[in-house]
Ligand binder design. Sequence first.
Ligand SMILES: [Zn+2]
Ligand SMILES: [Zn+2]
Length: 387
Amino acid sequence: MVHTALTVTTGQLESKLIEIRHHLHQEPEISNEEFETTKKLRDWLGDLDISILDLPLKTGLVAEVSGDPKGPVVAIRGDIDALPIHEETTLPYKSRFDGKMHACGHDFHTTAVLGAAYVLKQKEHELKGTVRIIFQPAEETGPGAIDILNTHALDDVQAIFGLHNMPSLELGQLGTRIGAMSSNCDRFEIMVEGVGTHAAHPDLGVDPILVAGHILVALQSIVSRNIDWQDSAVVSICQLHSGNTWNVIPSMAQLEGTVRSLDLDIRETIKGKIKQVVEGIASAFGAKATFIWHGGSPAVMNDEKWTLFTIEKAKEVGFEVIDIKPPSSGEDFSHYQEKIPGTFVHIGTSTPYSLHHPKFEIDDRALMPSVKLLATLAEQALVDIIS
Ligand SMILES: [Zn+2]
Ligand SMILES: [Zn+2]
């Protein structure tokens, strides 16, 4: 669809990209099922003569534009998956697939990265190194970023850049910060095993509900008594199940909850304390307890150097840069940053509904500035690395 785009003007490129964005929006595919989206990307990149790396990925892909193969390597990343949400907009290009919707705007990210690939291809011979262009599957559910990293296609990448649209920021604004740009988002389960007995004879058993109650209360002391007051974290128990009648003390109780934190050390401290509290209380009451930790994506952690670099370039391409508070949402861009220094930004779209809302929309006017930003970041990061 970008055919003959190698000679198009900025205005023509914008209309072509908007057409592509609407097309992607109409045919959303959920995490790990982005087969047609990947096929379309292969075609569009093929039309532009952009090479695609031969990688063992089921969906998603990594492309490459290179000016100097001996130069440094940087990467830009867009995610391509949609959500299992029934779209409730009245857009002429609303989802044609019932129960599937690009409600997080990953169609916008995909198109912005594709547009940047086009711009970089146009100036390929001027590039001081190589730009890897990531179209990542399965951001919403994981493990898209890990699947990309496991291909080793990014082993030589020295800096990485990513973006997310943000309805709460105004059009023309870019939000970012050094440090945490999302939260560590973890889930845990606790199983308390007591000894069931008659309700009239608790002395003959071990009551798991009583133990679960003590655990529930004690867990709320972890943040207030173990974490520095200037740091932040949340421990929430969101499910508590036990028993099925009024006159039997059951043998099991189950709790489930989440921990949100910004710092990896704090995350580890809380994880350790929960285990200690759970096992200690269970043992004190003569019960047994199992603690299962389901580690989610760590917090996006913006590298200082590349964030300052990004702020400077964003201003140059016309964004108003806003210093934002760390968002509480999860984002698996953090997995790249565990290996590669990089930065993540929010692009303002000034639209009324939040991410993941069935009436969520994007303002297409945010597209070309995002294309320009990604292309500039990649091109100039190569210059910065060699200088
Ligand atoms: Zn999302
Ligand atoms: Zn998203």
